[in-house]
Design a binder for this molecule. Structure first.
Ligand code: HPA
Ligand code: ZN
Length: 342
């Protein structure tokens, strides 16, 4: 049994896991931001990593997004998107991540004149390289910006259709305030008909959190929910999510930035109630925590047993959009790792 804190952190880092809530644009580390700005002849207001980090003053989702979106202007060419994704995949590999399903926000790029195919071809080549070099698997989930119109989301879905083979599902992110799931019902219905899997953010402690979670589950019929721990306030919805095997991709460190609480107790209570909760990093370069760091943060902020840590890692594969055969192989890998390391 791993006991000391350092042993536990090492155990967590080596534990095979999947990451299911990761925004590629949220992996932009300040050093890469400078390199890309220089490559593309872009002047930045900050000139040191410390100056960039000093702008990371987040107290809620909106204040985070106000820093997050403007930083993306350094991403211009396919090579930039490749470098961003490959840097993340390399870092995740070191954290025991065997499989990842990564969000990207095409509208954050097409809206400033970068072509859709530039974005996706850069991301795709990084995925192919990670598979070749690390044996790691990765998928893309295309998110619509919920503070933009449903028409723009639909147009983006149409633009993505030629790249269907490279996109496993669609999601919904950005500012939830006043932008309920129902606004995108038609877009998600069309995405479903086109064969995409469905997920969407139900961010933490939003106005109408419960109604948004209800819409996602009952009206849209999502396969997963990103964040969504407010479901704990409604027993009937918890039971619905449990009976349907709906997974919740939780992000403890991100939660602590945007709501001042990691929501660890909520995550563990949902785990104990049989909900498929998983632990993820969301926007690791902004929140200073990659996949394993989020498991460690959870164990630091609540009483968590090794068995629960292992259950969370297993949940990450159970909730992944992979074949049954690969899921079984990953679960066996977890069991072997636990057998060898406890
Ligand atoms: N919520 C909404 N939008 C986002 C997030 C998030 O957690 N991360 C990056 N964009
Ligand atoms: Zn997110």
């Amino acid at each position: 049994m791993a006991t000391a804190t350092t042993d536990l952190a090492a155990f967590i880092r080596g534990l095979p896991k999947a990451e299911l809530h990761l925004h590629l644009e949220g992996t932009l580390e300040p050093a890469l931001k400078f390199a890309l700005a220089s490559r593309n002849g872009i002047e930045l207001a900050e000139s040191t990593v410390a100056e960039v980090e000093a702008t990371y003053q987040f107290h809620d989702l909106t204040s985070f997004l106000q820093v997050y979106y403007p930083a993306m202007r350094v991403l211009q060419q396919a090579q930039d998107f490749h470098d961003l994704a490959f840097a993340y995949l390399t870092r995740a590999h070191a954290d025991g991540v065997r499989h990842v399903e990564m969000f990207f926000d095409p509208q954050a790029h097409t809206s400033r004149g970068v072509r859709f195919d530039t974005v996706i071809s850069g991301y795709r080549s990084a995925i192919v390289q990670a598979r070749r070099e690390f044996g790691m698997s990765a998928e893309l989930i295309m998110c619509f910006l919920r503070d933009q119109s449903a028409e723009y989301a639909m147009a983006t879905l149409m633009e993505a259709l030629p790249y269907k083979e490279w996109i496993i599902g669609v999601g919904l992110d950005s500012d939830e305030r006043g932008n309920p799931p129902s606004k995108f019902a038609e877009v998600f219905a069309r995405a479903r008909r086109e064969g995409f899997l469905l997920t969407m953010h139900c961010d933490i402690d939003q106005d109408n959190s419960i109604e948004h979670i209800r819409q996602a589950l009952e009206d849209i019929g999502v396969d997963r929910i990103d964040h969504g721990t407010n479901i704990i306030e409604n027993d009937a919805l918890v039971e619905l999510a449990r009976s349907r095997g709906i997974a919740f991709t939780c992000c403890p460190v991100s939660n602590s930035f945007v709501t001042q609480s990691g929501k660890s107790e909520e995550i563990l209570t949902l785990l104990n109630r049989g909900i498929l909760v998983t632990v993820n990093s969301d926007d690791p370069s902004y929140f200073g925590a990659y996949a394993a760091d989020n498991y460690v943060a959870l164990t630091n902020s609540a009483e968590v047993t090794i068995d629960q840590v292992v259950a969370l890692a297993k949940n990450s594969f159970q909730a992944s959009w992979i074949s049954t055969a690969r899921r079984d192989a990953f679960l066996l890998e977890v069991d072997r790792y636990v057998g060898d390391n406890t």
